[in-house]
Ligand binder design. Structure first.
Ligand SMILES: Cc1ncc(COP(=O)(O)O)c(C=O)c1O
Length: 404
């Protein structure tokens, strides 16, 4: 039985009530009703200009963005607060900003996983080419992201470990607390890409003391595309702010921004203060307000439903799916132990990738949505299960795969 809070959450996604079995949150999520209404209202307002002046939206949606930071901090746990959170465009934007502030020189190294998403490695590859850094891609022959393997590759010249909290093509969950503690003890900054777990696996930055955590909103957070966040620990923010500057993240020396712009004293040479905190890592200008409204909607829904309860439900769905896939003779790529997976379950049919692509197309014709994903030879048919999914969704998939 689905807990009541999750039934209410499911009702926010009309597609799920119209015969589509949506199992592709790891690719791109769906927008909940509450966010759709908020974005529609926003569109109506920028068409109609509801006040006598035209910059109202900066004030109103500056507050929207602050609410997003507050709710995000609540889900980050520990002592995280809104000022530790920068709203950025995407996971990739967060990864780039985090990479840019860490000191490293020729001959130093960075530890990465050989099965990670390319966006995690790319900013480091650029720096490696320009600055002579060495990249250590830690092999993951069984598709697992293991703290002990990553830590074993680090040494006195390691300047960062950058890795995802779940492997995007195998669904294996990183033992992030072990990694973060190990990195902290050795004084190595940790950059976590949590786009595949935030919103479906509970998080506590108190227990996982990472320097940076990067999340795009368009997957498990069901926001419009192009809205995400970067969490920065206070220690990391105090060490160095980015070279790029977003003026709205700062505070004018006197008064507020509206007062500044109306003041004859305003000048490009005016002093703007940037507190040494995550918020100062917002390097854009006028921001993605529809994206913030979408994030706000889902963050509220998640806070009401409770991510811990949602996670247990998703693991139950995963158990059932894994049992069913095994009974059908498929090879389950994702670890079967509950503590080693998030919402992604990956399997191989044994008939090769071409047959897996055909299978996914056939499933889509029957309105069952999943994907095929591979990296470094690891992957298969990727099914992703969110709190909005039900056992009936899993049954529908298994029946189409041939279960009685
Ligand atoms: C692990 C991981 N990191 C990063 C990304 C890219 O995210 P974004 O588009 O938010 O930069 C993806 C997208 O699939 C991903 O799976």
């Amino acid at each position: 039985m689905m807990p009541d809070a999750l039934s209410a959450l499911r009702e926010e996604f009309p597609l799920l009530e119209t015969g589509t079995t949506f199992l592709d949150w790891a690719a791109t999520g769906l927008l909940p009703r509450v966010s759709r209404s908020a974005v529609e209202e926003y569109l109506r307002q920028i068409v109609d200009c509801p006040t006598a002046e035209s910059t109202w939206m900066h004030g109103v949606h500056g507050q929207t963005r602050q609410r997003v930071r507050v709710l995000t901090a609540g889900l980050l746990g520990g002592t995280a607060s809104a000022s530790d959170v920068a709203l950025v465009e995407s996971t990739t934007a967060g990864l780039n900003i985090a990479t840019s502030v860490l000191p490293a020189e020729s001959g130093d190294n960075v530890v990465l996983s050989a099965i990670d998403y390319l966006a995690v490695a790319m900013p480091w590859k650029r720096r490696a080419d320009r600055e002579g850094l060495k990249l250590r891609f830690v092999p993951a022959p069984e598709g697992r992201l293991r703290a002990r393997d990553l830590l074993a590759s680090a040494d006195a010249r390691t300047r960062a470990i950058a890795v995802s909290t779940a492997a995007w093509t195998t669904g294996a969950l990183l033992d992030a607390a072990v990694l973060a503690e190990g990195a902290r003890k050795r004084g190595i900054p940790l950059i976590l890409d949590a786009v595949q777990t935030f919103g479906v696996v509970p998080l506590d930055v108190g227990a996982i003391p990472t320097s940076f955590l990067c999340v795009g909103g368009h997957k498990w957070l069901c926001s419009p595309l192009g809205a995400g966040f970067l969490y920065v620990s206070r220690e990391a923010a105090e060490r160095r702010l980015p070279d790029q500057i977003g003026f709205l993240a700062g505070q004018p020396e006197r008064g507020t921004w509206p007062q500044f712009f109306e003041s004859p004293d305003a000048s490009p040479a005016a002093k703007v203060r940037f507190p040494p905190a995550g918020r100062s890592f917002e390097v854009g200008g006028t921001a993605n307000y529809p994206g913030a409204l979408g994030l706000l909607g889902m963050l509220r829904l998640l806070s009401q439903a409770g991510v811990a309860e949602l996670h247990e439900h998703v693991l139950d769905l995963g158990d059932h799916l894994i049992d069913g896939l095994k009974a059908l003779g498929h090879r389950v790529v994702t670890p079967t132990a509950r503590e080693e997976r998030a919402g992604i379950v990956v399997f191989q049919t044994g008939a090769g990738v071409g047959a897996e692509q055909d299978l996914v197309l056939r499933l889509r014709e029957r309105r069952i949505v999943g994907s095929v994903r591979y990296t470094s030879g690891q992957g298969g048919v990727r099914i992703s299960l969110h709190g909005m999914n039900t056992m009936a969704d899993v049954e529908t998939l298994l029946r189409q795969l041939g279960a009685p």
